[in-house]
Design a protein around this ligand. Sequence first.
Ligand code: ADP
Ligand code: MG
Length: 596
Amino acid sequence: MNKTNIASRLRPPMIRSATSTAKKLPVLKENSTNITIPTVTFNKPGPGAASSSSTSNVLASSHAIRRGRRSKSFGVSTAKASMHNKIKSSALTSTLAKKPLAGRVAATNVTSRLNTGLTRTATLAAASKTAVKRPAAATAETTKAVPSAPKLSKFDFKGRLAALEDKHKVLVTTHKEAKSRLEILEDENVSFKTKCEEQEQLLEELKQYKDKYQATERENEHHKTQLKEALQSIEDLKRNLREHEELRRQLHNDVQDLKGNIRVFCRVRPIKPDEEDRMPCNMDYIDDDTLGLRKSRESVMGRDKGESKLEFTFDRVFAAESSQAEVFEDLSQLVQSTLDGYNVCVFAYGQTGSGKTYTMLGSGDNLGMIPRSVDLLFTKIAELEQLGWVYEVQVSFMEIYNETIKDLLNPDSKKSHEIMYNEGKGSVVTNLCTETVSTAMMVKKLMIKANNNRAIAATNFNLHSSRSHAVTKISVRGYFEHNVFNGSLNLVDLAGSESAKNSERMTETKNINKSLSALGTVMLALHNKDKHVPYRNSKLTYLLQSSLGGNSKTLMFVNISPLEECYNESVNSLRFASKVKEVKTGSKRNRNVNRS
Ligand code: ADP
Ligand code: MG
């Protein structure tokens, strides 16, 4: 039920019935007869003047009759006594007809309260009473008010009878009208009662609504309290989450420390279909982390001197059939370290053709470490952002060829690129194009662009790529609470480590050797905990300074060719990697507290 309905249903029936009563009640015609009674009484104040005059007429008639009776009835014979009684009763009736004057006060009072037919009934009753109590006074007034009246002869019984009959008729009519009004009023009373019942029902409904409203209010209060409690527990959970997040980072780092901050993985590539006629190297996968190399020894005279056997132990050894996903498993933990604010460096070391580029970039659907790291990085960022972290990621791609840095996102730039080392920021390359990225796809597009630029610049891409170091740098800045964590992930596809076979490429070889041996020297200095670590001996070590020192985690892939003809280079690579494996660094997270 809507408000309007309730309102209309609640409107007092009195108001409506006033109008309807006015319509239903038969209106007495004032001029129909001189003795018409009630109309005057029911008139509202104001337009009552006309009624007043008609009242005077009525009174005039009745008084005239009375006067006639008074003057002529004295001294008549007893025989006329019955007639006299008749006249007396008619006088009483006419007095009753005059009742509006006497009952006017009472009638006006009631009328002012209720303008209904009920009032008229009250008026009638009041008028009759007055008429009975004060006949003499009323008669006196009437005598004064009506100066002349038709005189009937004392013995004009016929005429007087006719007059009395007329009066009787009028009274009968009046009685009928009063009766019909009474019926109407009774009807109205019934409808009034019905409406009262309706209203009572409505009141009951309203009461129920009120009860419901109060119950809802109480429920609301209860929900408010529950909400308050829930908000409080969310706050508690958030605090717990922060504590757990801090603990998780610490534990994760402890695990990484235990695994070693410089880890070396050895990966042997499979023999390619076009190499099947070549002699494979005798390799033994002794266990998950040990690789054995065997080679038959011959004397200068060609006599069999038995077999030389070498064993190398690393953090993991991946056999030829290992998938990219398996190899990535361990690296994925270092991606998490990057997000937690550590500098991570992953590089692939080995002779040309040993599988460095395949490992780092991959081929076809076999995505390598770089695209996998990028995917994981953004997946983890999305997860951590749910916990309240906010991240900014920037990428840059460069190449170091003959000790010169080239910006792979802006290869035509004539500006020189120098490395500046800053304690807070780490190694920074001047004039380098650095792109801010928000999705893995953005990084992959830039990777394709960088590789294309690298290929376009080289006359012989395969040769060129094997003589230069390709560096992908992903800088990550994470905000958590009031702390800022700066991490970086450097992914380096190193130049081939083999020694040059002709003098044509001497400069390149010299530079490659310089940088790779500088890398070895830096590792050794770190291993020996030397005060001075010669990072600046090459562009490569200088660039990777912040990722090779105490504040970093390093993962080195040593890629090995499965061919017997590569045995010596394989041994060189394995020896270099073994040295690196010895290095232990104490890592410290890059954290700036209280960011503004
Ligand atoms: P590098 O970069 O060290 O010169 P590449 O990555 O170019 O060597 O590898 C040389 C060849 O060997 C490529 O054709 C490459 O696809 C293939 N290759 C290397 N490693 C694997 C591997 N794990 N599985 C399959 N093919 C490989
Ligand atoms: Mg390569």
